[in-house]
Design a protein around this ligand. Structure first.
Ligand code: HEM
Length: 541
């Protein structure tokens, strides 16, 4: 076919009806040809994509066979101590295990090598968090542990790092020493509350750092609750049954713990149908109870965080709390007031159960291993003596106590499956395909008990694994490799690693040290399991 000279639009004057149609017919045929070719190309691409995906799917990591549509939901959803199931699967399927939770890809990382390679070395693409529609209504985009990877998270993280880094953390040590004495005193003499309530008090070491000394004492808590109740009454018409989900109590520590549970329950796989069928999100609050409740809870949590924050700024005479630094724009100057209130609130939520759980496991370990307790107390008596309480100046001279803390965090990590990281691009690891959007769960529990790293006694509580006998005589020294290395993965990985780990380590060290100095921990013969060790001066009184 020879090319036909195209008539110029401005000069072309049709001489007959058929002549006037010719260029249009020509253009239409061309268009049809082009569309046909584009259609073929799209089809080829689609087929290629399907084949490529199917081929890639064959390259997914191995894992237990699931049901059609539901995948592994039933195997995972009904298990309480998931880390034990994941650990069992590690021996069946290998270090990285693939699961399908009704369409959501999950990869469990059971070895340190896999977790550090993906979550640390490739952290540029492995630092997002799972999207949960319900949690977003609850305020997850303001709650740092759950915030998606992006600019708002970066600003919050920078602000937190500025007030919680290793160097600045030393500034909080005087408060932490005082709180440790109050904790030990409570364990010995407070008969009004349960052991668990007393242990929860350990978190106040951190809460003091965030909200200032005694900012969240019960008086302030009552004020906060009143403010919250006023809001609750006002919103009762739009948000009925809101109390069913989130209990707010006069005790701030209890309230913070309830908020933590509200978030984790909301994010639990399968907790809400809307996560599986996102179109349900288009229903208005009036027709969606879960949405009404989440929106109502967001208001209530914001109000509580606001009142804690404002109280802290008003009351902190020493002007040294994290809230004061945020309020004075010493850190986080780019954050809005709401973001600052949520930064402080979510830090305390993240700190609360982790520290008290760790302390509970410490008490448990001491009951199970009286010889370890005795060895630690011998060291404390040798270094600190009985006439004064331990301080941070003693830390370098107390390698055995430091090893006890490392071992508690290794043996029973407070969050055994850490927090999932989402991969933001398709990726490959050791020949396995990890599709974009996969939720990567590091099985910290399993990694911390890896026999290839910790030897055949990995399951046992043995602080000596971090120590060598002192060359100078009696006692122990921390092995060189553990001077700056945690020796466990309890604080997570990469860019999302726990931002409060330095403050937590300090608080737990001084709590453990002061408790061991003041008490003997024994199996319960009566209501409690602690016995006073009679310091020569009764410092705790
Ligand atoms: C024994 C005590 C603690 C343990 C075992 C612990 C453990 C963890 C773990 C496993 C993560 C997730 C890391 C990851 O995604 O890879 C995390 C994140 C976080 N932790 Fe902790 N934590 C502790 C104490 C604290 C304290 C005291 C604070 C606050 C002062 C805190 C604040 C946070 C925050 C804000 C995040 C989210 C970080 C982010 O997503 O960027 N934690 N923690």
């Amino acid at each position: 076919m020879r090319p036909r000279a195209r008539p110029r639009f401005s000069s072309y004057v049709p001489t007959s009806a058929s002549d006037s149609l010719l260029p249009h017919i020509e253009t239409n045929t061309r268009l049809m040809k082009l569309s046909f070719l584009a259609g073929i190309a799209a089809l080829v691409l689609l087929i290629f994509r399907i084949v490529f995906n199917a081929w890639n799917r064959k390259r997914l990591p191995p894992g237990p066979r699931g049901l059609p549509l539901l995948g592994n939901v039933l195997q995972v959803g009904t298990t309480s101590q998931l880390w034990l199931t994941f650990d069992k699967w590690k021996y069946q399927y290998g270090p990285i295990v693939y699961l399908n939770m009704a369409g959501q890809n999950i990869v469990v990382l059971n070895t340190k090598a896999a977790a550090t390679e993906l979550l640390e070395r490739r952290s540029a693409i492995y630092s997002d968090r799972p999207r949960s529609i319900v949690a977003e209504y609850l305020g997850s985009e303001l709650a740092m542990p759950f915030t998606r990877y992006g600019k708002p998270w970066q600003s919050m993280r920078r602000a937190c790092h500025a007030v919680l880094n290793a160097r600045i953390s030393t500034q909080y040590q005087p408060v932490q020493v005082e709180e440790a004495i109050i904790l030990a005193h409570g364990l010995l003499y407070d008969t009004s509350s349960s052991l668990l309530a007393k242990i929860n008090r350990s978190a106040s070491t951190i809460i003091s750092v965030i909200y200032g000394k005694q900012s969240l004492s019960s008086g302030k808590a009552e004020q906060a609750l009143k403010a919250e109740q006023a809001l609750d009454n006002a919103s009762q018409i739009q948000t009925p049954n809101v109390h069913q989900k989130l209990q707010l109590t006069p005790d701030p520590l209890q309230t913070l713990s309830n908020i933590a549970h509200r978030f984790t329950n909301a994010m639990y796989p399968g907790a809400h149908l809307v996560e599986l069928i996102p179109i349900l999100d288009y229903f208005p609050p009036l027709m969606a109870k879960w949405k009404r409740e989440a929106q109502g809870d967001f208001q209530r949590i914001s109000k509580i965080f606001e009142s804690y924050f404002k109280d802290a700024v008003r009351n902190d005479q020493q002007r040294s709390s994290l809230c004061v630094s945020l309020a004075d724009d010493q850190v986080g100057s780019g954050l809005t007031d709401l973001e600052k209130e949520w930064v402080a609130g979510s830090l305390s939520v993240a700190a609360l159960e982790t520290t008290s759980t760790t302390l509970s496991f410490f008490l448990y370990a001491m009951i199970l291993h009286p010889k370890v307790q005795q060895e630690a107390q011998l060291e404390i008596d040798r270094v600190v003596g009985r006439s004064r309480n331990p301080t941070f100046a003693d830390m370098v001279h107390l390698p055995y106590v430091r090893a006890v803390l490392k071992e508690v965090l290794r043996w029973q990590p407070a969050i055994p499956l850490a927090v999932p990281h989402i991969v933001m691009e398709d990726d490959w690891y050791e020949g396995y395909f990890i599709p974009k959007g996969t939720s990567c769960i590091p099985n910290v529990w399993s990694i911390n008990r890896d026999k290839d790293i910790y030897g055949p006694e990995a399951d046992q509580f043995r602080p000596e694994r971090f120590l060598r006998k002192s060359e100078k005589g009696a006692g122990y020294e921390l092995r060189d490799e553990y001077e700056n290395d945690d020796g466990h993965c309890a604080y997570g990985f990469g860019r999302r690693v726990c931002v409060g780990r330095h403050v937590a380590d300090n608080a737990l060290f001084i709590d453990i040290c002061t408790i061991l100095w003041a008490l003997r921990i024994e199996p319960a013969v009566s209501a409690d399991c602690v016995v006073k060790r009679a310091p020569s001066k009764d410092i705790l009184k």
